[in-house]
Design a binder for this molecule. Sequence first.
Ligand code: FES
Length: 197
Amino acid sequence: MSNDGVNNSRRRFLAASTAAVGAVGAGAVAVPFIGSWLPSAKAKAAGAPVRADLSKVPAGLMMTIEWRGQPVYVLNRTPEQLKNLKMLDDELKDPASETAKQPAYIEGQERSVKPNLGIYVGLCTHLGCAPKFRPEVAPADLGPRWVGGFFCPCHGSKFDLAGRVLKGSPAPTNLVIPPHKYITDTVVIIGEDGGAA
Ligand code: FES
């Protein structure tokens, strides 16, 4: 299943600086009785890996890809945003992601295979809301220490741009990283293990 083309798919979109994550509505589907024991092509596709071309994500922004019915955030972080990740250790619950759910090939503060390209399941580890992308530095509502990250509107959990949860948040752990595999420098298969191309 290909997800190429930002404008070609309803399943993903570029998020601007105040991006909100849209729920992908599938609508009601009448399911015949046989569907309860024979998985439909649609059901199979819903669990299938998805392919994404990350070269389409502008620096400093993100896009959302749907995988297994959940949003996956893909960020193209700028050098400045990467630098800011290094200043946050004291403010994080688990800076080294020791308790985080993530593949073995994920390393470092960036929590990514490629330093700039971060891939995270966009569900808060508290109760599963979709955190909002807030890349601004020191916005009025998040305070002077905010250097960009994700803010969960449900109960106020805060995550940095590597999906690491800040102290004081109800979310217990960092955002989950899905299995993924690069097949070129910028094309990635989400849902298959492998890491680097
Ligand atoms: S679901 Fe995100 S803070 Fe509760």
